[in-house]
Design a protein around this ligand. Structure first.
Ligand code: NAI
Length: 333
C-alpha cells in the first residue's frame, strides 16, 4: 500500500481535494492518505505556511497530492507552490490538455502535453529594487536544467507514442538566456531522430494555439512561458477546472491541477474537481495503478459527455458534490 501526502490547500482546495479522496475510494484504490495542510489555512492553524510535519511527510512518502494554495499578489510571502517545486527539485511540470467529447468548445481535437521547466527562469525569485522607481528581476536559465527538461520532454514523447516536440522560446530577444535554453533542447532533439522537432517563438505560439491547436503534440517551455501557455491551453478545452498536472523529479512527485485557489467561488460548492481528479489519475499512473487510473479517466469523460451533471464553469448547475457523486456512481456500476 502506498502512503501519499495530501495537502488540501486554500480556497476551493479542501472541496476539490475531498472529491479526489472520494473518487479514489470509489475506484477501489489502495492508498493511505497522510493529510497535512500547507498555505494560508496551515498558517492560521500552526503559525507556519509550510509546517515541518508537511516537509517530513513529503520527504518520507515521496508522493503528494496538492490542492491549490493562495499566494498574495505584489507583497507577502514567497509562493509555497514554487517553494515546494524548488525544494524537492520536481523539475518537470507535465500538463496534458485534451478535448472532452460532449463539451461545447471551439476545438474538438486538442491533444497536447505541456512540459514546463519548473525550477528556474524568472521564478528563481531573485528580484530587488535597484534604486527608487527601478525594479530588477533576474531570469536564470542553466544548461543543466534546460538539458534535463529537454531530455524529459523527448523521453516522455517516446514513452507515450507522441510524434513531435515543439520548443517554445523568445530567443530572438533574449538571445543569451532563451538562446541557451534553445541550444540545449536542440542538442537533446538530435538524440531522438524518430521524433519530429520544431521551434516556435512564444508570441506566435499563443496565436497558433488559439487557431490551430490540433497541430501541436508535446510542448517544452521555460518556466514563465509554460505557466502562461498552460492557462491558455486550458481555455481551449473548457477551462481551468479541467486540466491536470504533475510536478515530477527524479524520485519524487507532487500532483496538482493547473488552476489556483479560485477565491471567487471558494466554499460555495461550485468548483469543478475534474482537474484535481485527473491529477490524481496521473498519480495512479505514476505508482503503476494504471487500471484504476484509466477507470477514473473513463468515468470523468463519460459523466462530462453525458452532460447531466456539469458544474457551473461548464455551463451546468451541478454542485461539486453532485458531480463527484456522479463520477463515483459511474465507478461503482
Ligand atoms: P485561479 O486559477 O484560482 O482562478 C482563475 C479563474 O478560474 C477564476 O474565475 C476561478 O473561479 C476559475 N477556476 C479556477 N479553478 C476552477 C475550478 N476548479 N472550477 C471552476 N472554476 C475554476 O487563478 P487566480 O484567480 O489567478 O489565482 C487565485 C490564487 O491561486 C492566487 O493566490 C494564486 O497565486 C493561486 N494559484 C495557485 C496555484 C497552485 O496552487 N498551483 C496555481 C495558480 C494560482
Amino acid at each position: 500500500m502506498n502512503t501519499v501526502t495530501l495537502i488540501p490547500g486554500d480556497g476551493i482546495g479542501p472541496e476539490v481535494s475531498s472529491a479526489v479522496v472520494e473518487v479514489l475510494k470509489a475506484a477501489g484504490v489502495n492508498i493511505e492518505w497522510e493529510k497535512i495542510n500547507g498555505g494560508e489555512d496551515a498558517y492560521k492553524a500552526t503559525g507556519a505556511f509550510i509546517p515541518e510535519a508537511l516537509l517530513e511527510s513529503i520527504s518520507t512518502n515521496r508522493i503528494a497530492f496538492k490542492g491549490p494554495i493562495t499566494t498574495p499578489i505584489g507583497k507577502g510571502f514567497k509562493s509555497i507552490n514554487v517553494t515546494l517545486r524548488q525544494k524537492y527539485n520536481t523539475y518537470a511540470n507535465v500538463r496534458p490538455v485534451k478535448s472532452f467529447p460532449g463539451l461545447n468548445t471551439p476545438f474538438k481535437n486538442v491533444d497536447l502535453v505541456i512540459v514546463r521547466e519548473n525550477t528556474e527562469d524568472l521564478y528563481a525569485g531573485l528580484e530587488h529594487m535597484v534604486t527608487e522607481g527601478v525594479a530588477e528581476s533576474i531570469k536564470i536559465i542553466t544548461e543543466k536544467a534546460s538539458l534535463r527538461i529537454g531530455e524529459f520532454a523527448f523521453q516522455y514523447a517516446k514513452d507515450n507514442n507522441r510524434k513531435k516536440v515543439t520548443a517554445v522560446h523568445k530567443a530572438n530577444i533574449m538571445k543569451i538566456s532563451d538562446g541557451l535554453f534553445l541550444d540545449c533542447i536542440r542538442r537533446v532533439a538530435a538524440k531522438y531522430p524518430e521524433i519530429a522537432y520544431e521551434e516556435v517563438i512564444v508570441d506566435n505560439m499563443c496565436m497558433q494555439l488559439v487557431m490551430y491547436p490540433e497541430k501541436y503534440d508535446v510542448l517544452v517551455l521555460p518556466n514563465l512561458y509554460g505557466d502562461i501557455v498552460s492557462d491558455l491551453a486550458a481555455g481551449l478545452v473548457g477551462g481551468l477546472g479541467l486540466v491536470p498536472g504533475a510536478n515530477i523529479g527524479d524520485d519524487i512527485a507532487i500532483f496538482e491541477a493547473v488552476h489556483g485557489s479560485a477565491p471567487d467561488i471558494a466554499g460555495k460548492n461550485l468548483a469543478n474537481p475534474t482537474a484535481c481528479i485527473l491529477s490524481a489519475a496521473m498519480l495512479l499512473d505514476y505508482i503503476k495503478q494504471k487500471e484504476a487510473a484509466e477507470n477514473i479517466r473513463q468515468a470523468v469523460f463519460s459523466v462530462i459527455k453525458e452532460g447531466k451533471y456539469l458544474t457551473r464553469d461548464l455551463g451546468g448547475t451541478a454542485t461539486t458534490e453532485a458531480y463527484t457523486r456522479a463520477v463515483c456512481d459511474y465507478l461503482s456500476k
